[in-house]
Design a protein around this ligand. Structure first.
Ligand code: BGC
Length: 261
């Protein structure tokens, strides 16, 4: 039987105070990993993730860092070194979409912020992780990207650019580290019900429009993504690097084409 056992492994999950990151943290901890639950601002929510992990007899610590500041990220990794041990699994899940703004009605500050959190953040974290993983010739880095690596999305140029960049970071870093015992993968979610798209799934009309874009007809759950991360982080995926797993209920297979074309 192929059960996944991550005991003895140390995982850092960014953006684990809610949404996909939270589900990933709980899932990895349930498989035995010690988990650093990173948060940006919401300490209470990160503490709640830790409590949920502890109630499942798992091990976790909450730790904050501003993903846009390399010195903050460095401190995060040093904290984890001292509290849990050196990282084996890094999951870059922290992300924002920013306000919907088309060019001309946009703000340069907002654009930079989205790129900073969604692309520079994973880059800073990956630098810290690779330094450590090279020494033990082992480690996995998983980047949470999006269907919007492929699907353009008006009003979200920064988000789409950052996610497409993150996917290329995955592939290039995988190429750099494949002979160093390190695997780098992307997981690309479609519409997953979290706070990021709450305004859409809470509005019946907007939800209907979203459902029509998904072959399976409904948005996914964070757990669906967490299960893919669990697989990618495990030895079951030991021959996989530099590629992406799509978890989107068939958003990328153009469901509208069922009806003629
Ligand atoms: C976004 C969600 C959106 C989904 C599908 C994700 O990357 O964060 O807000 O629902 O893509 O468009």
């Amino acid at each position: 039987m192929n059960t996944i056992d991550l005991s003895g492994k140390v995982a850092i999950v960014t953006g684990a105070s809610g949404g996909i990151g939270k589900a990933v943290a709980i899932t990895l901890a349930s498989a035995g990993a010690s988990v650093a639950v990173h948060y940006g601002h919401n300490k209470a929510a990160a503490d709640e993730t830790v409590r949920e992990i502890e109630s499942l007899k798992g091990k976790a610590v909450a730790v904050s860092a501003d993903m846009t500041k390399p010195e903050d990220v460095e401190k995060l990794f040093e904290f984890v070194d001292s509290r849990l041990g050196t990282v084996d699994i890094l999951v870059n899940s922290a992300g924002i979409d920013g306000p919907r703004q088309t060019l001309g009605n946009d703000s340069i500050d907002e654009w930079q912020k989205v790129i900073s959190v969604n692309l520079f953040g994973p880059y800073y974290c990956s630098r810290m992780a690779v330094q450590r993983m090279i020494k033990k010739h082992s480690g996995v880095i998983i980047n949470i990207t999006s269907d919007h690596v492929k699907i353009p999305w008006a009003g979200y140029t920064a988000y789409c650019s950052a996610k497409a960049g993150l996917d290329m970071l995955t592939k290039t870093l995988a190429q750099e580290t494949a002979d160093k015992g390190i695997r780098v993968l992307s997981i690309a979610p479609g519409a997953i019900k979290t706070a990021i798209n709450k305004t859409v799934w809470e509005d019946p009309e907007m939800l209907k429009d979203l459902d029509n874009k998904i072959a399976m007809g409904v948005p996914g759950d964070s757990k669906d993504v967490a299960n893919a991360v669990l697989f990618a982080a495990s030895d079951l995926a030991s021959y996989m690097t530099g590629t992406s797993l799509v978890v989107d209920g068939g958003m990328l297979i153009y469901p509208d084409f069922r009806h003629g074309g």
